[in-house]
Design a protein around this ligand. Sequence first.
Ligand code: C5P
Length: 308
Amino acid sequence: MSEFPAENSFELKSFCKINWNLYVLGKRDDGFHELCTIFQTVSLCDKITFAENETLSLSCNDENIPADESNLIIKAAQLLQENFGVSKGAKISLEKNIPSPGGLGGGSSNAAIALLGLAKLWNLKIEFSDLLNFAKSLGSDVPFFLYGGTAFGSGRGTKIFPIEQIKEKFILIVTPNVSVSTANAFKKLNATYLTKSESKSILQIRRNEAFEFDLRHSSLKNDFESSVFEFAPEIKRVKETLLKSGATKAMLSGSGASVFGLFDTEETRQTTQKALEVETDWRSFAVATVSRDKYREALKEVLQFASE
Ligand code: C5P
Protein backbone atom coordinates (compact mmCIF):
# COMPACT_ATOMS: atom_id res chain seq x y z
CA MET A 1 0.00 0.00 0.00
CA SER A 2 1.72 3.18 -1.11
CA GLU A 3 0.43 6.57 -0.20
CA PHE A 4 0.94 9.99 -1.68
CA PRO A 5 2.96 12.16 0.70
CA ALA A 6 0.49 14.45 2.39
CA GLU A 7 0.84 18.18 1.91
CA ASN A 8 3.08 19.80 4.54
CA SER A 9 4.55 16.44 5.48
CA PHE A 10 8.21 16.01 6.30
CA GLU A 11 10.50 13.16 7.25
CA LEU A 12 13.14 13.14 9.99
CA LYS A 13 15.91 10.69 10.82
CA SER A 14 15.88 9.21 14.29
CA PHE A 15 19.41 7.95 15.03
CA CYS A 16 20.35 5.35 17.62
CA LYS A 17 23.15 5.40 20.20
CA ILE A 18 25.78 3.22 21.75
CA ASN A 19 27.53 3.82 25.07
CA TRP A 20 31.35 4.03 25.04
CA ASN A 21 31.20 3.30 28.74
CA LEU A 22 28.50 2.96 31.36
CA TYR A 23 29.02 3.02 35.11
CA VAL A 24 26.13 2.45 37.50
CA LEU A 25 27.17 4.26 40.65
CA GLY A 26 24.35 3.18 42.94
CA LYS A 27 20.66 3.30 43.76
CA ARG A 28 18.85 6.53 44.63
CA ASP A 29 15.93 7.18 46.94
CA ASP A 30 13.56 7.60 43.98
CA GLY A 31 14.31 4.03 42.81
CA PHE A 32 16.34 5.14 39.79
CA HIS A 33 20.07 4.56 39.56
CA GLU A 34 22.76 7.18 39.46
CA LEU A 35 24.93 6.61 36.44
CA CYS A 36 27.77 8.01 34.36
CA THR A 37 28.03 7.21 30.71
CA ILE A 38 29.42 8.44 27.42
CA PHE A 39 26.69 8.40 24.79
CA GLN A 40 27.43 8.30 21.07
CA THR A 41 25.01 8.64 18.16
CA VAL A 42 25.67 6.25 15.26
CA SER A 43 24.34 6.14 11.71
CA LEU A 44 21.68 3.41 12.03
CA CYS A 45 18.36 5.25 12.11
CA ASP A 46 14.60 5.01 11.98
CA LYS A 47 12.65 7.46 9.84
CA ILE A 48 9.63 9.34 11.12
CA THR A 49 7.20 11.17 8.85
CA PHE A 50 4.93 13.87 10.23
CA ALA A 51 1.83 15.21 8.46
CA GLU A 52 -1.01 17.48 9.44
CA ASN A 53 -4.12 15.62 10.55
CA GLU A 54 -7.25 16.22 12.60
CA THR A 55 -6.59 13.32 14.93
CA LEU A 56 -3.42 11.82 16.33
CA SER A 57 -2.36 8.58 14.68
CA LEU A 58 0.77 6.47 14.45
CA SER A 59 1.56 3.67 12.03
CA CYS A 60 4.68 1.52 11.89
CA ASN A 61 6.14 -0.85 9.31
CA ASP A 62 7.08 -3.29 12.11
CA GLU A 63 4.05 -5.01 13.62
CA ASN A 64 6.02 -5.88 16.78
CA ILE A 65 6.18 -2.20 17.72
CA PRO A 66 3.04 -1.03 19.54
CA ALA A 67 1.50 1.96 17.76
CA ASP A 68 -0.87 2.78 20.62
CA GLU A 69 -0.58 5.04 23.68
CA SER A 70 2.26 2.92 25.06
CA ASN A 71 4.50 4.17 22.25
CA LEU A 72 6.77 7.05 23.34
CA ILE A 73 5.93 8.93 20.12
CA ILE A 74 2.27 9.10 21.12
CA LYS A 75 3.26 9.97 24.71
CA ALA A 76 5.44 12.82 23.40
CA ALA A 77 2.57 14.09 21.22
CA GLN A 78 0.10 13.99 24.11
CA LEU A 79 2.54 15.82 26.37
CA LEU A 80 2.81 18.69 23.87
CA GLN A 81 -0.95 18.74 23.21
CA GLU A 82 -1.68 19.01 26.95
CA ASN A 83 1.01 21.58 27.73
CA PHE A 84 0.36 23.87 24.78
CA GLY A 85 -3.40 23.37 24.42
CA VAL A 86 -2.95 21.94 20.91
CA SER A 87 -6.23 20.74 19.44
CA LYS A 88 -4.74 19.62 16.13
CA GLY A 89 -3.60 16.06 15.57
CA ALA A 90 -0.87 14.55 13.43
CA LYS A 91 -0.43 11.58 11.16
CA ILE A 92 2.87 10.04 12.10
CA SER A 93 4.51 7.07 10.43
CA LEU A 94 7.52 5.28 11.76
CA GLU A 95 9.92 3.25 9.64
CA LYS A 96 11.62 1.04 12.21
CA ASN A 97 15.17 -0.10 11.49
CA ILE A 98 16.68 0.04 14.98
CA PRO A 99 16.25 -3.25 16.88
CA SER A 100 13.84 -2.78 19.76
CA PRO A 101 14.49 -3.44 22.55
CA GLY A 102 18.22 -3.51 21.93
CA GLY A 103 20.09 -1.12 24.23
CA LEU A 104 20.39 1.32 21.33
CA GLY A 105 17.92 3.91 22.60
CA GLY A 106 15.64 3.56 19.58
CA GLY A 107 12.40 4.33 21.44
CA SER A 108 14.06 7.23 23.28
CA SER A 109 15.39 8.66 20.04
CA ASN A 110 11.91 8.40 18.49
CA ALA A 111 10.48 10.29 21.49
CA ALA A 112 12.99 13.15 21.15
CA ILE A 113 12.43 13.40 17.40
CA ALA A 114 8.66 13.37 17.95
CA LEU A 115 9.00 16.35 20.33
CA LEU A 116 11.06 18.24 17.73
CA GLY A 117 8.96 17.21 14.72
CA LEU A 118 5.66 18.07 16.37
CA ALA A 119 6.99 21.41 17.63
CA LYS A 120 7.60 22.22 13.96
CA LEU A 121 4.33 20.75 12.69
CA TRP A 122 2.27 22.61 15.28
CA ASN A 123 4.44 25.72 15.13
CA LEU A 124 5.18 25.75 18.86
CA LYS A 125 7.84 27.92 20.42
CA ILE A 126 9.46 25.89 23.17
CA GLU A 127 12.37 26.95 25.36
CA PHE A 128 15.20 24.41 25.28
CA SER A 129 14.95 23.97 29.07
CA ASP A 130 11.25 23.05 28.73
CA LEU A 131 12.03 20.66 25.90
CA LEU A 132 14.61 19.00 28.13
CA ASN A 133 12.06 18.60 30.91
CA PHE A 134 9.55 17.03 28.52
CA ALA A 135 12.29 14.71 27.26
CA LYS A 136 13.28 13.74 30.80
CA SER A 137 9.69 12.91 31.72
CA LEU A 138 9.50 10.53 28.74
CA GLY A 139 12.60 8.50 29.67
CA SER A 140 16.16 8.63 30.94
CA ASP A 141 17.81 8.39 27.50
CA VAL A 142 15.54 10.91 25.74
CA PRO A 143 17.39 14.20 26.62
CA PHE A 144 20.61 12.94 24.99
CA PHE A 145 18.82 12.79 21.62
CA LEU A 146 18.20 16.53 21.79
CA TYR A 147 22.02 16.90 21.57
CA GLY A 148 23.43 13.90 19.66
CA GLY A 149 27.12 13.31 18.93
CA THR A 150 29.44 12.34 21.78
CA ALA A 151 28.23 13.42 25.21
CA PHE A 152 28.74 12.64 28.89
CA GLY A 153 25.54 11.71 30.72
CA SER A 154 25.09 11.68 34.49
CA GLY A 155 22.31 11.65 37.08
CA ARG A 156 19.58 9.32 35.80
CA GLY A 157 21.34 9.70 32.46
CA THR A 158 19.47 12.93 31.78
CA LYS A 159 22.20 15.51 32.55
CA ILE A 160 24.04 15.88 29.26
CA PHE A 161 27.39 17.55 28.59
CA PRO A 162 28.75 17.41 25.02
CA ILE A 163 32.44 16.42 25.02
CA GLU A 164 35.10 16.09 22.34
CA GLN A 165 33.59 14.23 19.39
CA ILE A 166 34.80 10.68 18.79
CA LYS A 167 35.12 9.64 15.16
CA GLU A 168 34.96 5.94 14.35
CA LYS A 169 34.16 4.62 10.88
CA PHE A 170 34.12 0.85 11.20
CA ILE A 171 31.65 -0.25 13.85
CA LEU A 172 29.55 -3.39 13.68
CA ILE A 173 26.49 -3.61 15.93
CA VAL A 174 25.22 -7.14 16.50
CA THR A 175 21.85 -7.76 18.10
CA PRO A 176 20.96 -11.34 19.07
CA ASN A 177 17.33 -12.34 19.40
CA VAL A 178 17.24 -11.84 23.17
CA SER A 179 15.00 -9.33 24.89
CA VAL A 180 16.53 -7.56 27.88
CA SER A 181 14.26 -5.45 30.08
CA THR A 182 16.19 -2.38 31.25
CA ALA A 183 14.29 -2.30 34.55
CA ASN A 184 15.24 -5.96 35.21
CA ALA A 185 18.84 -5.38 34.23
CA PHE A 186 19.05 -2.59 36.82
CA LYS A 187 17.38 -4.83 39.45
CA LYS A 188 19.83 -7.66 38.80
CA LEU A 189 22.75 -5.32 39.43
CA ASN A 190 21.74 -5.12 43.06
CA ALA A 191 23.40 -1.73 43.39
CA THR A 192 23.79 -0.36 46.91
CA TYR A 193 22.33 2.99 48.01
CA LEU A 194 24.72 5.88 47.60
CA THR A 195 25.57 8.52 50.13
CA LYS A 196 25.62 12.04 48.72
CA SER A 197 29.38 12.49 49.30
CA GLU A 198 30.25 9.13 47.71
CA SER A 199 28.15 10.00 44.70
CA LYS A 200 29.78 13.41 44.37
CA SER A 201 33.36 12.18 44.44
CA ILE A 202 32.80 9.26 42.02
CA LEU A 203 30.96 11.61 39.68
CA GLN A 204 33.91 14.00 39.70
CA ILE A 205 36.32 11.19 38.79
CA ARG A 206 34.10 9.86 35.99
CA ARG A 207 33.49 13.34 34.63
CA ASN A 208 37.24 14.03 34.46
CA GLU A 209 37.75 10.67 32.74
CA ALA A 210 35.02 11.49 30.22
CA PHE A 211 36.64 14.77 29.27
CA GLU A 212 39.91 12.90 28.64
CA PHE A 213 38.28 9.88 27.00
CA ASP A 214 40.23 8.55 24.06
CA LEU A 215 38.89 5.45 22.35
CA ARG A 216 42.33 4.08 21.43
CA HIS A 217 43.78 4.24 24.93
CA SER A 218 40.83 4.20 27.35
CA SER A 219 39.31 0.86 28.25
CA LEU A 220 35.63 0.25 27.55
CA LYS A 221 33.54 -0.68 30.57
CA ASN A 222 29.85 -1.37 30.95
CA ASP A 223 28.68 -2.34 34.44
CA PHE A 224 25.74 -4.29 33.01
CA GLU A 225 27.98 -6.78 31.22
CA SER A 226 28.61 -9.33 33.97
CA SER A 227 25.00 -9.66 35.13
CA VAL A 228 23.49 -9.48 31.63
CA PHE A 229 26.00 -12.08 30.35
CA GLU A 230 25.07 -14.32 33.26
CA PHE A 231 21.34 -14.39 32.55
CA ALA A 232 21.77 -14.25 28.76
CA PRO A 233 24.95 -16.17 27.76
CA GLU A 234 24.01 -15.74 24.10
CA ILE A 235 24.91 -12.04 24.42
CA LYS A 236 28.31 -12.95 25.86
CA ARG A 237 28.80 -15.25 22.86
CA VAL A 238 28.18 -12.26 20.55
CA LYS A 239 30.95 -10.30 22.26
CA GLU A 240 33.37 -13.26 22.16
CA THR A 241 32.59 -13.90 18.51
CA LEU A 242 33.25 -10.27 17.58
CA LEU A 243 36.60 -10.29 19.39
CA LYS A 244 37.58 -13.62 17.82
CA SER A 245 36.67 -12.31 14.36
CA GLY A 246 39.05 -9.38 14.53
CA ALA A 247 37.24 -6.61 16.41
CA THR A 248 39.83 -4.57 18.30
CA LYS A 249 37.27 -3.88 21.03
CA ALA A 250 33.71 -5.02 21.69
CA MET A 251 31.17 -4.15 24.35
CA LEU A 252 27.54 -4.38 25.36
CA SER A 253 25.52 -1.24 24.57
CA GLY A 254 23.26 0.06 27.35
CA SER A 255 21.62 -2.92 29.04
CA GLY A 256 21.75 -4.89 25.77
CA ALA A 257 21.09 -7.05 23.96
CA SER A 258 23.15 -5.26 21.28
CA VAL A 259 26.94 -5.55 21.31
CA PHE A 260 29.16 -3.31 19.21
CA GLY A 261 32.59 -4.16 17.84
CA LEU A 262 35.25 -1.78 16.52
CA PHE A 263 37.35 -2.68 13.47
CA ASP A 264 40.53 -1.21 12.01
CA THR A 265 39.46 -1.53 8.39
CA GLU A 266 36.36 -1.83 6.23
CA GLU A 267 37.64 -5.25 5.04
CA THR A 268 37.82 -6.85 8.49
CA ARG A 269 34.40 -5.48 9.32
CA GLN A 270 32.93 -6.78 6.07
CA THR A 271 34.51 -10.22 6.49
CA THR A 272 33.12 -10.42 10.01
CA GLN A 273 29.64 -9.34 8.95
CA LYS A 274 29.70 -11.99 6.21
CA ALA A 275 30.93 -14.68 8.63
CA LEU A 276 28.12 -13.83 11.06
CA GLU A 277 25.47 -14.74 8.46
CA VAL A 278 25.52 -18.32 9.82
CA GLU A 279 24.02 -16.95 13.02
CA THR A 280 20.51 -16.65 11.67
CA ASP A 281 19.14 -15.26 14.96
CA TRP A 282 21.58 -12.34 15.02
CA ARG A 283 21.07 -9.07 13.15
CA SER A 284 24.12 -7.00 12.28
CA PHE A 285 24.51 -3.37 11.25
CA ALA A 286 27.61 -1.68 9.82
CA VAL A 287 27.60 1.85 11.23
CA ALA A 288 29.80 4.90 11.81
CA THR A 289 29.66 7.56 14.48
CA VAL A 290 27.48 10.63 13.87
CA SER A 291 29.13 13.73 15.33
CA ARG A 292 27.15 16.47 17.02
CA ASP A 293 27.63 18.70 13.95
CA LYS A 294 26.39 15.99 11.59
CA TYR A 295 23.46 15.28 13.90
CA ARG A 296 22.49 18.94 13.96
CA GLU A 297 22.87 19.13 10.19
CA ALA A 298 20.59 16.10 9.66
CA LEU A 299 17.97 17.65 11.95
CA LYS A 300 18.50 21.31 11.11
CA GLU A 301 14.91 21.93 10.09
CA VAL A 302 13.75 21.08 13.61
CA LEU A 303 16.74 21.76 15.85
CA GLN A 304 16.18 25.47 15.38
CA PHE A 305 13.33 24.83 17.85
CA ALA A 306 15.88 23.44 20.29
CA SER A 307 18.62 26.01 20.52
CA GLU A 308 20.17 26.31 23.96
O1 C5P B 1 13.83 6.10 32.23
P1 C5P B 1 13.41 4.84 31.55
O2 C5P B 1 11.93 4.73 31.40
O3 C5P B 1 14.12 4.60 30.26
O4 C5P B 1 13.88 3.66 32.49
C1 C5P B 1 13.37 2.35 32.44
C2 C5P B 1 13.59 1.69 33.77
O5 C5P B 1 15.00 1.48 33.99
C3 C5P B 1 13.14 2.53 34.95
O6 C5P B 1 11.81 2.28 35.28
C4 C5P B 1 14.06 2.07 36.06
O7 C5P B 1 13.59 0.87 36.61
C5 C5P B 1 15.34 1.75 35.34
N1 C5P B 1 16.32 2.86 35.39
C6 C5P B 1 17.05 3.06 36.56
N2 C5P B 1 17.96 4.08 36.62
C7 C5P B 1 18.20 4.86 35.54
C8 C5P B 1 17.48 4.66 34.34
C9 C5P B 1 16.55 3.65 34.30
O8 C5P B 1 16.85 2.34 37.54
N3 C5P B 1 19.13 5.81 35.63
